[in-house]
Design a protein. Structure first.
Length: 198
């Protein structure tokens, strides 16, 4: 097995924000392969996040972001379990980044259940008309519309969206990384996005 150097542990810590012992364990588990170690820590973070999901969250922050010379504004409430985590730089950076992401992407909701049914129905009608216009048979059209709605939901739900600062990561992945780093359950409770003239 490859030797695990202090430099490798340091690099993995910088990449993931995980603790020294977790980084050593991940490198040992992955045969000192840095990419595999990152994946190992991300999976562990997800498992940890799921374990914490039932805990009460009464602390947090309301973050705001104003963009484009005052033409777009966002307020977002992010909750955590303790005041201690609510005051950390990691938590505040996460809140700021989420507010900025919402300004950039204008999600329709946080999770699929938040997307208004009338918006989904309207999108379905538009997609169906487009597909039938292309001369596709009705049965095939329904399948294509289903696929397009699935893509629309991914693009419309905050947690499913690709994070604007790192398109290879979803907001849900980013949230789980912060949960793993802080050791507390964190949730994006609600947001409001304002655009001048809307």
């Amino acid at each position: 097995m490859s030797e695990i150097s202090a430099a490798m542990v340091k690099e993995l810590r910088e990449k993931t924000g995980a603790g020294i012992m977790d980084c050593k364990a991940a490198l040992a588990e992955s045969g000192a392969d840095l990419e595999k170690a990152v994946d190992f820590l991300r999976k562990k973070g997800l498992a940890t996040a799921q374990k914490r999901a039932g805990r009460a969250m009464s602390e947090g922050v309301i973050e705001s972001y104003i963009h484009m010379g005052g033409k777009i504004g966002v307020m977002v409430e992010i909750n955590c379990e303790t005041d201690f985590v609510a005051k950390t730089d990691d938590f505040h950076e996460f809140a700021k980044n989420i507010a900025m992401h919402i300004a950039a992407t204008a999600p329709a909701g946080i999770v699929p259940e938040d997307v208004p049914q009338e918006l989904i129905e309207r999108e379905k009608e538009i997609y169906k008309a487009q597909v039938l216009e292309m001369g596709k048979p009705e049965k095939m059209a329904d399948k294509i519309v289903e696929g397009k709605i699935s893509k629309f939901m991914k693009e419309s739900c905050l947690l499913e969206q690709a994070y604007v600062k790192d398109p290879n990561t979803t907001i849900k992945d980013y949230l789980n990384e912060v949960i793993a780093k802080t050791g507390e359950n964190i949730t994006i409770k609600r947001f409001a996005r304002f655009q001048l003239g809307d």
